[in-house]
Design a protein. Structure first.
Lengths: 305, 168
C-alpha cells in the first residue's frame, strides 16, 4: 500500500485512511462505501482496488474480490499486495497450485515482506509440506520477530514434526505476543494436547473459548482436551499418543501380540506363561473399546467447568 | 543442504495436482476403513477404500485398488481351498484354522494400511480445508453384511467339500 501518498485528488488520502481503520475494526460495509467513493475519484489507483478486494473477500464476495485484484494488477503488474490477496483467494477456493504461484510472484517482487512468507508458509502447512512451511515461517520471523500468528503456526508445524521441545517455545511466544487472539491460544492448546500435556491444553483451549465462545471448532477441541484430563480417560490418552506414533498404529500392537503368541506356541512355552499375556491384551482391548463411551457418560454427569 | 540452497528451495514451486483441495466428494476416514478390513476382511474395508480413492479425487487409483482387493480376496479363497484339499487346514483342527485366520487377517490389514497410507495426505488436506467428511455407517454396514454373507458362502462350500471328500 505505497502509492496512496501520491494521490492527486484532495480528500482521497483521508478516505483511504478511514477505510483502512474501518477494515481493522471489521466495518466492511462502511469501508466498501468509502473505498468506492475514493475509486470514483481515483480509478487508476491500484492499491484502492486491492483494499476493495480485501473488503469483498471478507464479505465472502470472492469473485468480485478476484476481479478487483485483476484490475489492480492490470494497473500495476508489480503490486505485491494484489498478488498476495489473489493467492489468498485461490487458496480459499482450494486452488493451491495457483495460490502458490501468486505467493511466489509476490515474494519475487518483495522478498523482504514477512506477510508473503507467512501466507506461503500457511499454505505449505495446509498441504503437508512441513519442512518448507517451517523454513518459510522461520524466514517470516527473521523479518518480523513479533508476528504472533507465525509463531503459532510454526508451533503447529513443529508439533506435527514431533519437535516437542521447540513447539512449546513458539506457541508460548505466540500467546505472549497476542494474548487476546483466539488463534494463539487455540494453536498452543492443540500443540500441548498433541505433545502429552492435556491439562495445559485444556487451559489454553478454555481461554480460546472464553475469547470466542461461538466457535464450534474450539468448543469441540475443548471437550476433547477436557475428556483427556479425566482420570479414567488419562491412560487412554497417553496410550493413543504412543500408539499413533507406531507405523500401523493399534495394528502394530496387535501384530506384535500375535507374533509373540506364535513364538510361544512354536517354542512350546508353558500355558501359564501365555495366560497373563493374553489376559493383559484382552483387558487392554476391553478398556480401549469401552472407555470413550464411559468418559462421555461421565462428562454428561459432571460437565466441564 | 546449504543455507543458500535451502533459501533457493523456498522460492521453487512445490505443489502438484494432488495438493489442490478440489475434487473431494465427502471422503471417509481411511483409518476407519482399515478397522473395517480388520473386523470384516479386505472384501468390505478394501472395497470401500477403493471407492474412497474416487471420493478423495484420486480417480486413477480406483480400478487398480479394486483389482487388488478382488485378486487378494479370490487368492485367499483359493489358498483356503487348496490348503483344505491338501490337508493343511482341517476344519476340525482349531489350531490350523486359527493360524490361517490370523495370517490372512494380517495380510488383509497390511494391504488396507498400504491403501490408507496412499490416501493419508489427501485426507489430511481435506480435513485442513474444513470440508465435510462422508458418513460411513450405512456403507460400512452394507459392506460388512456383504462380507459376512460371502464368508458364510465360502464356509458352506468348504463344509460341503469336507463332507464329500473321504476322510484320511
Amino acid at each position: 500500500m505505497e502509492d496512496w501518498q501520491t494521490l492527486t485528488k484532495p480528500g482521497v488520502g483521508e478516505i483511504l485512511q478511514k477505510s483502512i481503520h474501518l477494515i481493522e475494526i471489521g466495518q466492511y460495509d462502511l469501508a466498501e462505501r468509502e473505498l468506492r467513493t475514493a475509486l470514483a475519484a481515483e480509478p487508476q489507483m491500484s492499491d484502492l482496488h486491492v483494499h476493495l478486494g480485501w473488503v469483498l473477500f471478507q464479505k465472502k464476495q470472492k469473485n468480485e474480490a478476484e476481479e478487483e485484484c485483476k484490475v489492480a494488477l492490470g494497473l500495476d503488474p508489480d503490486n505485491g499486495s494484489a498478488m498476495h490477496l489473489l493467492g489468498m483467494l485461490c487458496e480459499d477456493t482450494g486452488r493451491h497450485r495457483e495460490a502458490e504461484q501468486h505467493y511466489l510472484n509476490a515474494l519475487r517482487i518483495d522478498p523482504e515482506e514477512p506477510r508473503y512468507y507467512f501466507a506461503y508458509g500457511v499454505l505449505m502447512q495446509k498441504t503437508g509440506h512441513l519442512d518448507k512451511a517451517e523454513g518459510l515461517l522461520r524466514r517470516c520471523l527473521e523479518l518480523d520477530p513479533d508476528e504472533g500468528r507465525a509463531h503459532g503456526v510454526l508451533a503447529a508445524v513443529l508439533s506435527e514434526k514431533q519437535k516437542v521441545s521447540e513447539t512449546h517455545g513458539s506457541g508460548e511466544r505466540s500467546v505472549s505476543l497476542d494474548p487476546d487472539q483466539t488463534g494463539s491460544h487455540f494453536l498452543l492448546g492443540l500443540t500441548y494436547w498433541r505433545s502429552g500435556h492435556p491439562f495445559k491444553a485444556r487451559r489454553h483451549l478454555r481461554e480460546a473459548l472464553r475469547i470466542d465462545p461461538t466457535n464450534s471448532d474450539i468448543e469441540e477441541w475443548f471437550r476433547i482436551a477436557d475428556m483427556s484430563t479425566r482420570w479414567l480417560y488419562l491412560p487412554m490418552y497417553f496410550w493413543t499418543l504412543l500408539v499413533n506414533r507406531l507405523p500401523g498404529k493399534q495394528f502394530a500392537v496387535w501384530g506384535a501380540f500375535m507374533v509373540v503368541l506364535f513364538l510361544m506356541r512354536g517354542l512350546n512355552a508353558p500355558e501359564a506363561a501365555a495366560k497373563p499375556l493374553v489376559l493383559g491384551y484382552l483387558l487392554l482391548v476391553i478398556y480401549t473399546w469401552l472407555i470413550t463411551p464411559v468418559a462421555h457418560f461421565w462428562i454428561k454427569l459432571r460437565p466441564p467447568r | 543442504m546449504s543455507i543458500s540452497n535451502f533459501q533457493e528451495d523456498l522460492f521453487q514451486p512445490s505443489l502438484t495436482e494432488e495438493d489442490d483441495a478440489t475434487g473431494f466428494h465427502e471422503p471417509w476416514s481411511p483409518w476407519a476403513l482399515v478397522m473395517l478390513s480388520f473386523f470384516f476382511s479386505l472384501a468390505s474395508g478394501g472395497t470401500l477404500l477403493a471407492i474412497n480413492f474416487n471420493r478423495l479425487g484420486m480417480r486413477r487409483w480406483f480400478y487398480p485398488a479394486l483389482a487388488l482387493v478382488i485378486l487378494v480376496t479370490l487368492g485367499t479363497c483359493g489358498f483356503l481351498f487348496w490348503a483344505t484339499t491338501h490337508g493343511l487346514i482341517a476344519p476340525k483342527n482349531r489350531g490350523s484354522a486359527s493360524t490361517f485366520r490370523m495370517v490372512t487377517r494380517a495380510c488383509h490389514v497390511a494391504i488396507a494400511i498400504g491403501m490408507a497410507s496412499m490416501q493419508r495426505r489427501r485426507f489430511r488436506l481435506h480435513q485442513f480445508s474444513g470440508l465435510q467428511t462422508g458418513k460411513l455407517w450405512i456403507p460400512a454396514i452394507l459392506a460388512s453384511v456383504g462380507s459376512i454373507v460371502a464368508n458364510l458362502a465360502v464356509v458352506f462350500v468348504l463344509a460341503v467339500m469336507a463332507r464329500v471328500s473321504p476322510s484320511p
